[in-house]
Design a protein around this ligand. Structure first.
Ligand SMILES: Cc1cc2nc3c(=O)[nH]c(=O)nc-3n(C[C@H](O)[C@H](O)[C@H](O)COP(=O)(O)O)c2cc1C
Length: 215
């Protein structure tokens, strides 16, 4: 069956004739779209992990059935863990919590046990809840959409609360106060990620998400 179940759709946007604007003109708008910084934790096949994310948005109009949409890059170990487990927890960092940006956002769980120095417990979905954060949303995936280089996960919030005083940490603020060597590490990482994404973002799988795999 061709059409919506087609397994791999390669978009014909190589020279992108439909893109009219100069990217510099939309930078001020695009940078307003980042959410507060969250440590996205997951647990799958006996491993716990955490990554940083700012591509998070509310995705439900019904107050007592809250949902979120979260974009996770396929290169990340967390991607496979969220995809496989069908769950994650968004641990929003407090304004004074800079260290997790380095520990979770500049390193991969493929190379290091990132959560080892952190205090946490398993939440209702099995995902780690950090003892120290501003607040958390424990989430179960209800659907997943392939974006080529990333997957957009739609998830229901099953538990959550604020756990400390103070406000959430924004990337705009954090960029001004993190050590310069972290900023350098981040720039080098982004350069590699952009090349990787460029090669994959048109290769979108239109097949449906088949639900979590056996853990
Ligand atoms: C400020 C900041 C924001 C980030 N936002 C996202 C994001 O929204 N989605 C994503 O998949 N990765 C994001 N990352 C990158 C991941 O956190 C990073 O690639 C991490 O090393 C992946 O770890 P893992 O391989 O253990 O899953 C961000 C990193 C930083 C520092």
């Amino acid at each position: 069956m061709v059409g919506i179940r087609m397994l791999e759709y390669v978009a014909s946007c190589q020279d992108r004739p439909n893109v009219l604007m100069d990217y510099a003109n939309i930078v001020p708008i695009m940078r307003e779209l980042w959410s507060p910084i969250a440590a996205v934790t997951s647990s799958w096949r006996g491993r716990d992990n955490a990554q940083i994310a700012v591509a998070i948005g509310g995705a439900s109009i019904v107050p007592d059935q809250p949902r979120v949409a979260v974009q996770i890059y396929k290169r990340n170990l967390s991607h496979d863990m969220v995809y496989g487990s069908g769950a994650f927890c968004l641990n929003f960092l407090r304004k004074d919590q800079l260290q997790p940006i380095h520990d979770f956002g500049l390193r991969s769980g493929r190379d290091v046990e990132k959560l080892e120095p952190y205090e946490y417990e398993a939440g209702p979905t099995g995902s780690p809840l950090l003892a120290d954060c501003w607040g958390y949303l424990d989430c179960r995936v209800v659907n997943a959409m392939d974006g080529g280089d990333m997957t957009c996960f739609l998830a229901e919030v099953v538990d959550g609360k604020t756990v400390s005083q103070g406000g959430p940490l924004s990337w705009r603020y954090a960029k001004q106060v993190i050590p310069p060597e972290w900023a350098g590490e981040w720039e080098r990482k982004v350069e590699v990620e952009v090349v990787w994404s460029e090669q994959r973002m048109a290769r979108i799988d239109l097949g449906p998400w088949s639900g979590p795999s056996a853990s």
